[in-house]
Design a protein around this ligand. Structure first.
Ligand code: ZN
Length: 837
């Protein structure tokens, strides 16, 4: 051996040794002891940055976005040096193999890709505190286990999916804890205040948002997810303090389409998960509570995209703090919680690594099979477009977000299909401009599950809603077909904007959520807007009730700016706009008529705090602040009785328990405000606070008084849980018959499909407007318990009561639920902007 070679080798070894020895543990780098405090998000980020900088040949740190409060969202891609050098090839090979990228994958042996997400629920805080230890151990040069994992697996670590929620919890807890934690469950550090750290900034549950991506964090994360399409996704949560640990196999119901291999892997991974737990005597459970049905979770979304989706649940959550005494007298500590999540993080990686080849092959097979031989009876879908362009466009935006392919029919023909709207099979006349798409495309199963009219629920004991079919959520006239239809060309919606010199008025139809955004935008730019209370015909066109009429009169001071603002906003939002040169209708009312109503720009308030549904409030807040970008004042619940309501036109009560908030005097004040012209909008279980109260027409339906025979009293104790769900509907779709002449229903046809989440039901109003009601046979899809079904027959869904000069709007269903039921948003807009003018 030559001298220089020897020195080079020595230098190389020295370099290896020092760089490895130099990688400090999280404890060394951040100067703490595992479990002695909650790290803050920026500390975890700084550790990940440090690790990436120290390991440039094994770690790629990606900032894929930022939260509403400006915190960075990061993911670290960790691989062996060999795989790391070919990382882009590995990523693109994976996409090519499943048809998401053009071209043939290279012949390079493909590792599995495993993605670990921590802390989607912010106060399930041991996840983010585990993540630094996981990356450190994964890069431990002395760990044979880590080496074995990285030899055939690329690992993506997201240390905190929901940093705003996480810091809300961690900062609060750090302020409450003393020099030493107090393990007494009664201590204030175990009583997290409303709304808790579970949710993101807008109080949305990010673990219900995977498929819909209403929230910024989800949009940004899913864009990265689809660039990688992992074979495994593990989602780390926490549950109640008294439940020790949950891991897969998951509970029933499973979605019927989950493949045999995915089911088998649930068991395989269970065997890995239990190893440390059995060895150390840690308690756990599996096969209970956490099911695989609703497609918008961190386990189901990956599963329907061909991966193994896993939920892990440590006992703890926002109650546990650094240590808490449980009922059995033992103390649960943060350190234990971290150790458990650390253990399953590696169990999960061991399992995928031991099955890496098969995981990759089966993943490709899954995508190949489902896109060549789509699952289920229906292979194609037709969306009727004529006159429905605005709604259809919103749906296509969703398909675009998820990268699905579609096009136009291209010619007229007849086909046999299932009509979502009529809930029956029959002939459909497909017209050239209709949108068509089929399941012969990548990620076919996921698309199928989003579109399936009725989801099969093998076991009614589910954790979440049991129906979500997108044609109902988007209010589409849609058909599912057994035959394959291929799109014949690109969809091209022309945004028709006509201008006119000396236009008398501009008209915008009121059809979709975009029209509401348009109204919000132009009102805030000082434009005065009217709304047609009835349909009319002018210059050869018919316009339905609800059409926005923007006359030059009243807007003179804007001069030429009027047309400029209107066309700019209409273009930006994809809204059609027609200029007319007269105010005289050929049918219906002229624009100076009392039937063309001036819309006052409403001052809107809502209420937040203890007792109010967290996510119910969040949905209202996000709707105004982000979706329509319209000012809203949020009143703390304890000031509702003392605030001068006269400064507001609209008060929204999100779902919640108002027993304490709406005492007699507060309710009296609100009634007086309504009589003086205020508009009260109550959503979902906020209706309970008004039902049966003096002055309110709303009445809850009584429970059926059963004639119980002696025998029927013999209930079986073991069936109690199952019996209780007979009174519930965890989220089923009902047909609602609409009174289309009422302003609350403007923009809708005779039928609306509503997601019913509550077993509570209300009678038709005796003295008021029953704008949306169910009749006797209106359950369309999803599970509803027998008793709930009975109650929900002939019940009020949307109602309006005129009270003095004001109104009370009863929304027994929540049209803003999770922000994904797109078709409900215009109706909510009617309640806020159109009604009562
Ligand atoms: Zn959780």
């Amino acid at each position: 051996m030559q001298k220089t070679t020897f020195i080079n080798l020595l230098m190389f070894l020295l370099l290896c040794f020092t760089s490895q020895a130099q990688l400090q543990s999280p404890e060394e780098y951040l100067k703490f002891k595992k479990g002695d405090r909650f790290l803050r998000h920026h500390q975890v980020v700084s550790y990940y940055e440090y690790v990436a900088a120290q390991n440039p040949s094994q770690v790629k740190l990606i900032q894929y976005g930022s939260t509403n409060e400006g915190r960075p969202l990061i993911a670290a891609v960790v691989a062996s040096a060999e795989n790391f050098a070919a990382l882009e090839e590995i990523r693109t090979n994976n996409l090519k193999a499943i048809g998401l990228l053009d071209g043939k994958p290279s012949t390079r042996k493909q590792p599995a890709i495993a993605w670990m997400s921590y802390n989607v629920h912010g106060n399930e805080s041991c996840g983010t505190n585990t993540a630094p230890f996981v990356i450190h151990e994964l890069l431990n040069p002395n760990s044979a286990r880590s080496k074995a994992i990285l030899a055939n697996t690329v690992v993506i670590l997201d240390p905190s999916i929901n940093p705003d929620g996480y810091d809300r919890y961690a900062n609060w807890y750090n302020q409450k804890v003393g020099a030493k934690y107090n393990a007494n469950a009664a201590a204030w550090e175990h009583q997290e205040p409303w709304p808790g750290g579970r949710f993101n900034h807008y109080i949305f549950d990010l673990n219900r948002d995977w498929a819909w991506q209403v929230q910024k964090e989800s949009q940004e994360r899913m864009a990265l997810y689809r660039q990688w399409m992992p074979q495994l996704h593990a989602d780390f949560h926490e549950q109640g303090v008294e439940s020790p640990y949950y891991f897969s196999p998951a509970a029933k119901p499973y979605h019927e389409d989950i493949t045999a291999w995915q089911r088998e892997f649930q068991k395989i991974i269970g065997d890995y998960n239990k190893k440390d737990f059995d060895k150390n005597g840690w308690l756990y459970f599996s096969k209970e509570r956490f099911d695989l049905l609703y497609p918008s979770y961190g386990d189901t979304y990956p599963t329907y995209n061909g991966a193994f989706g896993m939920t892990y649940e440590q006992g703890g959550s926002g109650r546990a703090g650094l240590g808490i005494v449980k009922r059995d007298g033992d103390t649960l500590t943060l350190k234990q919680r971290i150790d458990h999540h650390f253990s399953t993080s590696f169990a999960c990686l061991d399992a995928i690594s031991a099955n890496a080849d098969k995981a990759v092959t089966e993943f490709i097979k899954f995508h190949d099979n489902t896109s060549k031989n789509p699952i289920g009876p229906y292979k194609s879908y037709v969306i009727k477009t004529k006159g429905e362009e605005a709604r259809v466009k919103e749906f296509l935006n969703y398909l675009d977000k998820e990268g699905f392919q579609y096009g136009v029919a291209g010619k007229d023909y007849m086909a046999n299909g299932y009509s979502y709207h009529d809930d029956k099979a029959g002939f459909v006349k497909v017209e050239a401009e209709d949108v068509v798409f089929n399941l012969y495309q990548p990620r076919s199963m996921f698309l199928k599950i989003l579109m399936e009219p009725k989801t099969m629920v093998e076991d009614s004991m589910t954790y979440d809603i049991t129906s979500w079919s997108l044609p109902y959520a988007y209010g589409l006239k849609a058909y599912a077909l057994k035959d394959r239809l291929n799109p014949a060309g690109k969809v091209n919606f022309e945004n028709k904007i006509t201008k006119a010199e000396n236009a008398y008025a501009y008209l915008a139809r009121w059809q979709s959520f975009s029209d509401l955004k348009f109204l919000s935008a132009i009102m805030q730019k000082g434009i005065k807007v009217r709304s047609a209370a009835k349909s009319f015909e002018i210059e050869g066109q018919t316009y339905p009730a609800g059409t926005l009429v923007i006359t030059r009169t009243g807007n003179e001071r804007l001069g030429a700016q009027l047309e400029k603002i209107l066309t700019e906003e209409a273009t930006k939002l994809g809204v059609g706009l027609t200029a007319v040169t007269t105010g005289m209708a050929t049918k219906g009312s002229d624009f100076g008529s009392e039937n063309v109503v001036f819309l006052k720009m409403p001052k809107v308030a809502t209420v937040a705090g203890e007792g109010i549904s967290t996510t119910g409030f969040g949905e209202v807040w996000h709707f105004f602040d982000q979706q329509i970008q319209y000012p809203i004042t949020v009143l703390p619940e304890n000031t509702l009785g003392s605030t001068n309501l006269a400064q507001f036109d609209v008060l929204i009560l999100p779902g919640g328990n108002y027993n304490r908030i709406l005492n007699e005097s507060a309710l009296g004040k609100i009634k007086e405000w309504v009589r003086n012209g205020g508009r009260l909008i109550a959503i979902e279980n906020a209706l309970k606070a008004l039902a049966g109260k003096e002055g309110f027409e709303l009445k809850a339906k009584e429970d059926e008084k059963k004639k119980e025979s002696d025998e029927s009293k013999l209930k079986i104790y073991g069936n109690a849980e199952r019996e209780s769900i007979s009174e519930e509907t965890p989220g089923s779709i009902y047909r609602v018959t609409m009174d289309t002449t009422h302003p609350l229903a403007f923009g809708y046809g005779n039928t609306y499909f509503s997601l019913v989440l509550e077993g509570a039901a209300y009678q038709y109003l005796n003295d008021g407007w029953n704008v949306g009601v169910t009749k006797s046979k209106d359950l369309i899809a999803g599970f509803a318990g027998v008793k709930a079904q009975e109650k929900l027959k002939n019940s009020l869904i949307w109602g309006v009561q005129d009270m003095g000069r004001g109104n009370v709007v009863y929304l027994a269903n929540n049209p803003l639920f999770r922000g994904f039921w797109q078709n409900g948003k215009l109706l909510f807009g009617n309640a806020v902007f159109v009604l009562g003018n």
